[in-house]
Every structure is written in C-alpha cells, then in structure tokens.
Design a binder for this molecule. Structure first.
Ligand code: UDP
Ligand code: MG
Length: 340
C-alpha cells in the first residue's frame, strides 16, 4: 500500500482538490482496511489532489491512535478529534467545516459504501452535477426489519414533507460541490437531519445505483431505538404536519362532541334523563384523554427541539485538529512540511 506517501507530489498545484470526509466512532477494527482501499482509489485519481478528513467522534477504542499512525505516514490525512461522541450527523458537519476541497465526499468508514464508486461521482460532478449521491439497490447484511422500517419511514416522509423531497434508499455517501457544501454549512441547526438538509439546499443532483455491502468489520452503531429517534428527528425537522393533524383531529372531535351533545339534550328533553351511558362516557373520556396526551407529546417533541436550538451552543467541540498538508493551501504555504 501507499505506506509512506511521497510528500514531493504535494507540490502539484492547479489540480482540483477532492476532500473525503469520514466519520468514525469506535472503528479501530476497520480503519486500516478502509485506508488501504482509499489509497488505491487516490492513486487512480491522478488528475486530482486528494485529502481524507477522518473525524473521530469521541471513540473509546484505539481509533484515534490508528488515525494518528496513518497520518504520520500519509500527509493527505487530516484528523479531527471531537471532545466526546456527538453523533454521526455532527461528526460529518465537523468534517465538512474543515474540508477545503472543490468537491467533498462523505463516506462511512465501515466499507459499506464502496470507495470505488467515487470515480463515478467525480465523473458526474465534472458533467455539471452539484450533488451526486449513491442509491442502494441492495442492502446486504441488514435485517428485514431494518429494511422494512427504513422503507416505511421514507414512505411517510415522502407523504408529509412538503416541498423538500428526500430521495429513497440513500444515505450520506455522496459527493457535493464546493458551492453546495457552502450552502449546507449555512444551516447550523442542532437537530441535523442531514438527508433532509442535502435535499433542502437543492442544486442539480444525480443518483448512482449501487449494492450496499455488509460491514467489513465491527458492528453498527445504530440500534432500533437510535433509528426511531432518527426518524422522529427527520419528521420534526422537516414538517409540522403532526401539529396540523392535532388541529384537525381536535376540530373533528369537537364537532362530533357538539353533535353528540345536541343529541343528548334533545333526547333528555323528549324522554327525560335516566342514568345510563357509563360505557359511552368512559370510552369518550379515555379516547379524548389519549388523544390529548398524544398530541401534548407531539408538541413536546417540537418544543424540546426549539429549546435545543435556543441555547445556541456550538455544534461540536474539537479536542485536537491536525490538518492535511497534501495540497497547498493559503494558510500552509509549505505543503511538504509534515506534521507529527
Ligand atoms: N458514526 C459516528 N458517530 C456515531 C455513530 C456512527 O461517527 O455516533 C459513524 C461510524 O463510525 C460509521 C458511520 O457513522 O463510519 C455509519 O455508522 P454505522 O455503520 O454504525 O451505521 P449503519 O451503517 O449501521 O447505519
Ligand atoms: Mg455501516
């Protein structure tokens, strides 16, 4: 492999820079293999400068030391170490904030996203697309339940999100042009549903189909509870339809209650009042109580998010940042200087 990268090449200028952003959380088992596959790809991209920004999202295993080892041999690697685990969406944002490329690629470190596809991404980017994203045709190694729930989630999102259409079966694996990343980075919300944000910025986009492989090593960091919260994030970040449903359901129940009230009054006037109707009363009380509690919960979800946003905390904190030195940049006029 490209174990000790030749820093001489770093003086090549005027080539577009490709930045690859890689979020990594407890991925010690897989980083080395990932790096080797990426090196093969970088070698084939001789018309471009390449940098790889690995964001260590507060890993508790050996991830950071492996990243530093790789970086000491290859100055195309930048390393960002966050102060704790902030979650994939924020880790990606940290990487995007530091990516200097003309095109920026986001890829998972577990090799579920085949790096070789990046060549096609770049071709399409050269054809004028700002966003080139990978669309999964098969998801090997994922349970039917995950596939089914993901499918349901996208169906619901499709129905309820208004103008922003989130493409199905896509993940974060994509290429984005400089201008689309700049646009995306203007959205500093804390509750970051990235798939929605990519769609929100718009720009000409192109899908490329691929087979999603199983993980090369290690295990998925998302359990079903995590995925459920992810789905809630998606819905609450992109639509207020659940609140509207509350309004209309409330209206409907009030109208029915009003008619039912009229009916009871007329019935009492005509036939008198006998103490009956306990089941009706219970059903009505329980139904209304349930509906009210449910929608207080829905409002709470939105309120909690508003609370989160009003605190205006920084999105993430960095413990250590070591930039890449492969391509010459303004702040770094001596690109061959190697950082330890
Ligand atoms: N990841 C991260 N922070 C987290 C969880 C995950 O940076 O809190 C990274 C992880 O290291 C991997 C990518 O996000 O590179 C996708 O994670 P994973 O493979 O666990 O998700 P899945 O493919 O199962 O959806
Ligand atoms: Mg994965």
């Amino acid at each position: 492999m490209n174990e000790s990268f030749n820093t001489e090449q770093s003086t090549q200028t005027n080539k577009p820079l490709i930045s690859v952003v890689v979020p990594a959380y407890n991925e010690a088992d897989v980083i080395q293999v990932f790096y080797e596959r990426m090196c093969k790809l970088f070698d084939s991209l001789s018309d471009y400068c390449c940098e790889m920004i690995i964001v260590n999202d507060g890993s508790q295993d050996l991830t950071q030391s492996i990243i530093e080892q790789l970086r000491s041999k290859d100055n195309r690697i930048a390393s960002i170490s966050l102060t704790r685990n902030f979650g994939k969406e924020i880790a990606m944002t940290a990487g995007l904030d530091h990516a200097k490329g003309d095109a920026i690629i986001i890829i998972d470190v577990d090799l579920q996203d085949p790096p070789e596809l990046i060549v096609k991404f770049i071709e399409e980017w050269q054809n004028g697309y700002d966003i080139v994203y990978a669309r999964r045709t098969a998801r090997d190694g994922e349970t039917w339940l995950k596939i089914f729930t993901a499918e349901m989630f996208y169906k619901v999102m499709d129905k309820i999100s208004e103008r922003v259409k989130i493409p199905r079966n896509t993940g974060d694996f994509r290429l984005m042009s400089r201008r689309s990343v700049d646009a995306l980075l203007q959205l500093r919300e804390h509750h970051r549903f990235m798939k929605g944000l990519y769609a929100w910025v718009g720009f000409p986009s192109k899908a490329i189909d691929y087979r999603r492989d199983p993980r090369a090593a290690g295990s998925s960091k998302f359990n079903y509870w995590g995925l459920w919260n992810f789905a809630l994030e998606g819905i609450t970040s992109f639509t207020v339809i659940p609140l509207k449903i509350a309004t209309y359901l409330g209206l409907l129940t009030s109208l029915s209650a009003f008619s039912f009230g009229l009916f009871i009054i007329i019935k009492t006037l005509l036939w008198g009042d006998s103490v009956q109707g306990f089941p009706t009363l219970m059903v009505t009380i329980l139904f209304l109580g349930g509906v009210q509690l449910f929608f207080i919960g829905v409002m709470g979800e939105y309120l909690g998010r508003i609370f989160g946003e009003t605190k205006q905390r920084p999105l993430y904190l960095i413990q250590r940042y070591s930039p890449s030195h492969y391509c010459p940049v303004e702040q770094n006029p001596t690109p061959s200087a190697k950082q330890a």
